[in-house]
Write a protein that binds this ligand. Structure first.
Ligand SMILES: [Zn+2]
Length: 407
């Protein structure tokens, strides 16, 4: 999916109140769901009366509420105390699904990127497609019924490239599935006409980081992550996920790191994800990379050993960080990012290997030497879940009051 809301900007129609209302809601959403009236007015860059009109409109539509008590955040600076503006308790919410290799999360997510409730179920090895989608539908119907809020839509995060036009998951290889019509399967299991949106997990986590996490304000955000096994990547460019011609772009885990390396499940050899993921880390420490169940925990234990200075663990971290740095250097030359975020276990790896990654970037990327690119850990615990909710909340955020646009 390529969501269309870009960073809120002050446009030429500063007096267009419908536009201001929409932009104010986006600002509130990206501020975690609460901000003072003065902060919103300043960020909008319009006059106080225009901001007031926009706020009245949002209150009238049941999307925000104003806390009339003076806000604790308003004590800075001169002038009257500024009231706190919050997402209204009855505002629409998204239902969000994150399917991973070992867990299934279904959540209710409100504006502001607030996770209001999560239900988690374990996923067995090589699960059946029908059984997983039945469980997804059951949980969605249950949470939708019980949350008592208007449902803006359903967002689904899949561990697979996802076709933009119809939400088809091309290859959820780590689940041992071939292609799956994910959007249709979720839609068929619902008894309400909620619109269903499907996206790739790394794309969605990157989108969430851009809107609510460590990627805020970045123009060209490169996100690289590993969760259970494998490596995913995404690019958020000017606020939108870069999807390529069909939505499949940025499979960075399947760029070749070693042409004669081991065979990858994608059909190629020596892909980056074979030499720089959790399995590679275990192998580098001469530990078994099977079974993949629980491998995240074992990788964490190994990194803790590296923190304590265990020489084998330190060498393993260094080896994987070197390969990761090589991969990142190629991506920097290709994409010219202004920030790199590492997610999942790579975020954990970063403090142990920052110097190694920086060295590889500097030695292998002339763009990096010209303008060093900050490499930072991703910040959100549930990025993909929040990113999936972003897809479903998009119409709420983009909606304008039903009145004619000024000429
Ligand atoms: Zn591959």
């Amino acid at each position: 999916m390529t969501p269309s809301v870009s960073s809120p900007r002050v446009g030429p129609n500063g007096d267009d109140s419908a536009n201001n209302a929409s932009r104010m809601l986006v600002l509130l959403h990206r501020s975690g769901g609460s901000a003072t009236r003065a902060e919103l007015t300043a960020s909008l860059g319009c006059g106080r009366s225009a901001a007031g009109y926009a706020l009245t409109e949002l209150v009238g539509r049941g999307l925000v509420r104003i806390d009339d008590r003076p806000s604790a955040r308003s004590g800075i600076g001169p002038g009257r105390p500024s009231h706190l503006v919050e997402v209204a308790p009855g505002a629409p919410v998204a239902l969000s699904v994150h399917l991973r290799v070992d867990t299934l999360d279904v959540a209710v997510v409100g504006l502001g990127g607030r996770i209001l409730r999560v239900e988690r179920e374990p996923v067995e090895t090589r699960p059946e497609v029908a059984s997983i989608f039945l469980r997804i539908s059951r949980l969605l119907r249950k949470l939708g019924r019980e949350c008592g809020r208007p449902i803006a839509g359903v967002g689904v995060s899949m561990p697979s490239p996802v076709r933009r036009e119809d939400g088809y998951a091309l290859q959820p290889r780590h689940l041992d599935w071939t292609g799956v019509p994910a959007r249709d399967l979720v839609q068929e299991g619902l008894d309400e006409p909620w619109p269903v949106h499907v996206g790739n997990d790394a794309n969605l986590a990157a989108l969430a980081e851009h809107r609510h996490g460590a990627g805020q304000g970045s123009r060209q955000l490169l996100y690289v992550t590993t969760e259970h096994i494998g490596i995913g990547g995404a690019l958020v460019t000017e606020g939108s996920v870069f999807g390529g011609a069909r939505g499949y772009a940025m499979e960075v885990g399947h760029t070749s790191a070693d042409p004669d390396g081991p065979r990858c499940s994608c059909g190629s050899r020596g892909c980056l994800e074979l030499v720089a993921d959790t399995r590679a880390l275990m192998r580098a420490a001469h530990l078994p990379d099977e079974p993949v169940t629980g491998i995240e925990y074992r990788a964490r234990v190994l990194m803790e050993a590296a923190e304590r200075g265990d020489p084998v663990a330190v060498a393993a971290v260094d080896e994987v960080a070197t390969r990761l740095g090589v991969g990142l250097a190629g991506l920097v030359n290709l994409l010219d990012p202004d920030r790199i975020l590492l997610g999942g276990l790579l975020a954990r790896l970063l403090p142990l290997s920052r110097a190694r990654i920086s060295t590889e970037l500097r030695e292998r990327s002339f763009l990096e030497r010209a303008v060093p690119v900050p490499v930072e850990p991703a910040r959100l615990e549930a990025g993909a879940l929040l990113g999936a909710a972003e897809l479903a909340l998009e119409p709420v955020l983009a909606a304008r009051a039903e009145r004619p646009e000024p000429e």
